[in-house]
Ligand binder design. Structure first.
Ligand code: AMP
Length: 286
């Protein structure tokens, strides 16, 4: 495995690989790798001749009061994981290498962001789309891999690829979970043992809401309130949002049919956790 930190050097490498007609699978991450990242890497390894992973904690996507400084990092361990998953190139630039000076042009996301994390974290998806535009030009991937755990990110990247005509195929990968259903996340490390026990409530509440919808519950406001009350009654978590929307457009549900996403964000002490379930509702008579 080759470690590259210089953006121009990476672009030269990928230009050469593409000239040689090799397929490139790209897995962008912020590091502190876990089983969720490994699932993306495994899929990329199976489907491409070359696998490139980036590890970069992108300052542009963190708000002023967010956890940029304290975001967990362990490059030595990540390097080991990358070797185990047979990554060919590990791109690990410094902030100065990625942003030598303030950008004169950035990407602004205009749709799919006025809800969920886009509403709670203003500017977050602009930062994501900007860094991904840079990374796509540097890596020139054939396929790019994202986790459904960050479903709104998948929806935004889908828009970015379509609107800017990136010749890239987007692959979304199922969420990898702990035994109690908690989605694996680099931020889970911040949970106290008690909070870790309680955090299973995210998946439990999403599953419960899905079961209610399938049973025919059509009062979404009531359902959302009941589930939010349940989360706050059974845990110390504070609900940031609990939403039921269409997917991937992330619009208000008018008819209970088609692809639906139920998504939640809950703050536990020092960790803000997110999770979602995406499923198809059949148009059954109620
Ligand atoms: P991050 O390092 O948190 O930016 O995540 C990098 C990629 O891994 C993103 O596409 C995430 O959606 C994905 N990812 C994170 N956690 C999981 C998980 N539990 N299961 C599947 N993919 C995940």
């Amino acid at each position: 495995m080759k470690i590259v930190s210089n953006p121009q050097q990476l672009q030269e490498i990928s230009t050469r690989l593409r000239k040689d007609q090799l397929t490139i699978g790209f897995v962008p991450t912020m590091g502190y790798l876990h089983e969720g990242h490994r699932a993306l890497l495994k899929e990329a390894r199976e489907q491409n001749e070359i696998v490139i992973m980036s590890i970069f904690v992108n300052p542009l996507q963190f708000g002023p009061n967010e956890d940029l400084e304290s975001y967990p990092r362990d490059f030595e361990r990540d390097k080991q994981v990358a070797i185990e998953e047979e990554v060919d190139y590990l791109f690990h630039p410094t902030v100065e290498e990625m942003y030598p000076e303030q950008m004169s042009v950035t990407v602004k996301v205009g749709r799919r962001t006025n809800c969920l994390c886009g509403r709670s974290r203003p500017g977050h998806f602009d930062g994501v789309a900007t860094v991904l535009t840079k990374l796509f030009h540097l890596v020139q991937p054939t396929n790019v891999y994202f986790g459904k755990k960050d479903a709104q990110q998948v929806a935004v990247v889908d828009g970015l690829i379509q609107d800017f005509h990136f010749p890239i195929n987007l692959v979304d990968v199922n969420t990898v979970r702990e035994e109690d259903g908690l989605a694996k996340s680099s931020r889970n490390i911040r949970l106290t043992p008690t909070e870790r026990q309680e955090a299973g409530i995210l998946y439990k509440s999403l599953s419960l809401a899905r079961a209610e919808l399938i049973k025919g519950q059509d009062n979404l406001e009531l359902l959302k309130k009941q589930v939010m009350d349940l989360i706050e009654r059974e845990s110390s978590g504070k609900v940031d949002y609990f939403e039921i929307l269409t997917y991937p457009r992330l619009e208000m549900v008018k008819e209970l049919t088609g692809e639906i996403i139920i998504a939640t964000a809950v703050q536990f002490g020092k960790a803000r956790l997110i999770d979602n379930i995406i499923f198809e509702l059949e148009n059954t008579p109620r």
